[in-house]
Design a protein around this ligand. Structure first.
Ligand code: ATP
Ligand code: MG
Length: 425
């Protein structure tokens, strides 16, 4: 049996890198005032259709949607924002503070073509800041993404754009439609259809041929209303103030319909076509659209597969945690029994300990100690035990020391702990 196409096991050797990415992210998010929220993987399909947009790739062809046993239409979440906002509304979280800052980490599901850095089950670290439309918040959120990459030791380039608001979109839409009308016979069927339903989407078409046609297309940046233009200028000056370099990309429309005003992407050139390690933007009308209060918000998501791939490429990833503190070797049934209790007591005191549960030969046990890179081995032999002693061997220096055994396993574990100082690794 094999895993499904586009679904991947994360193996023990890879886990340290994943854990490090997650721990670094949590540390940064907490410093910026974000709290964790865990939301379900399954939601009503309607939630995503209404937020991401009916005429997007995600909703049209990538969602894992099914009818459950009660006949309800269910979808495995393709992204985090919709679920987090649904929870925000359902639990009335804005009552707590003027600004609600939430993050969630977990798997997302999209039925796209699997490639390096593009899977069908992938993982995002996704953040949302709800309750202010101030441009300084946009800069703060981008700065947090930037800080996270810096602490991971990764570099990416930041591109920003503004997608305007319901006041400036209609005029832009008309300008775009006029431009597209002259090119209808030269673009793909998806683009033809979208010109009618959701013209902004065509700019996001992945076909190089279509992209050629769209060169010189009008950009929303040139059609912003006064409020949006002023907002975008303020975001840029706040980024300047924080010393965060960016490029303005007027053609970046993002693959989700809910964005308004600021959008951004963090790009690398080290992952082939999968260049975005993170992306996000503002979604000022979305909470209301989902039945919640009229509150603005902004967020982003980072792709964990892409971050870990970059780390592996760059420096082989995080090193797996080094060997164990103490291997307990035992000879004979009585010693084996004693070793088993002692092992449990050592672990209870915080010592990373192991033994051979089956009591194989001493030679085999010493081999296991080596394989586990044990710093110390505690040898319990029949004779030593009879004398009330055990032997502690420092595996690096080969120095051996007899230590006296007390009957109490917890007391014994404490004695061993003071000898091996596991905190001084
Ligand atoms: P792309 O342009 O690469 O398809 P996207 O715009 O669809 O990305 P978002 O929906 O904004 O991506 O998700 C944010 C981040 O999640 C992306 O920048 C990327 O790092 C990651 N991501 C998105 N889709 C996948 C996927 N199928 N496999 C792995 N990571 C993904
Ligand atoms: Mg995509």
């Amino acid at each position: 049996m094999q895993a499904l196409k586009g679904f991947k096991d994360i193996l023990p050797d890879e886990s340290p890198t994943w854990q490090w990415v997650e721990a670094t992210a949590r540390s940064v998010f907490h410093r910026f005032g974000f709290g964790e929220i865990k939301v379900p993987i399954l939601e009503k399909t309607e939630l995503f259709a209404r937020s991401i947009g009916e005429a997007t790739d995600i909703v049209e062809k990538e969602m894992y949607t099914f009818i459950d046993r009660n006949g309800e239409q269910i979808t495995m979440r393709p992204e985090g924002t919709a679920s987090v906002l649904r929870a925000f509304i359902e639990h009335n979280l804005q009552a707590r503070q003027p600004l609600t800052k939430l993050y969630t980490i977990g798997p997302m599901f999209r039925h796209e073509r699997p490639q390096k850095g593009r899977l069908r089950q992938f993982h995002q670290m996704s953040v949302e800041a709800i309750g202010s439309d101030h441009p300084r918040l946009d800069a703060e959120i981008i700065a947090m993404a930037w800080q996270l990459l810096a602490e991971l030791g990764l570099s990416a380039s930041l591109q920003i754009n503004s997608l305007g608001c319901p006041a400036c979109r209609p005029a832009y839409r008309q300008a775009l439609l006029d431009f597209l009308a002259a090119r209808q016979d030269k673009v793909c069927d998806d683009c033809k259809r979208r010109s009618a339903t959701n013209p902004l989407r065509v700019l996001d078409c992945k076909s190089a041929h279509c992209q050629e046609q769209y060169q010189g297309a009008p950009m929303i940046l040139d059609h912003l209303c006064a409020g949006c233009a002023e907002h975008f200028a303020a975001v840029k000056s706040s980024l300047d103030q924080l010393g965060i370099p960016y490029g303005v990309n007027g053609f970046m429309v993002r693959g989700l319909d809910y964005y308004t005003r600021t959008t951004f992407e963090l790009l690398t050139n080290a992952l082939g076509a999968q260049s975005a390690v993170g992306a996000g933007g503002r979604y000022d009308g979305l909470i209301e659209q989902l039945g919640g209060p009229k509150l603005p918000g902004i967020g982003f998501a980072m792709g964990m597969e892409r971050l870990t791939l970059l780390l592996e490429q760059q420096n082989g990833g995080a090193t797996p945690s080094q060997g164990i503190d103490c291997f307990v070797a035992a000879l004979g049934d009585a010693a084996l029994e004693r070793a088993f209790s002692l092992l449990h007591a050592l672990r209870g005191k915080g010592v990373k300990a192991a033994m051979d549960l089956e009591g194989k030969s001493l030679k085999s046990q010493m081999k296991q100690a080596d394989r586990l890179q044990a710093r110390y081995t505690l040898i319990l032999g029949e004779e030593e035990l009879a004398k009330g002693e055990a032997m502690l061997r420092d595996m690096a220096t080969k120095a051996q020391e007899n230590i006296s055994m007390s009957a109490d396993n917890a007391a014994m574990a404490t004695t061993i702990l003071t000898k091996i100082h596991p905190e001084q690794k």
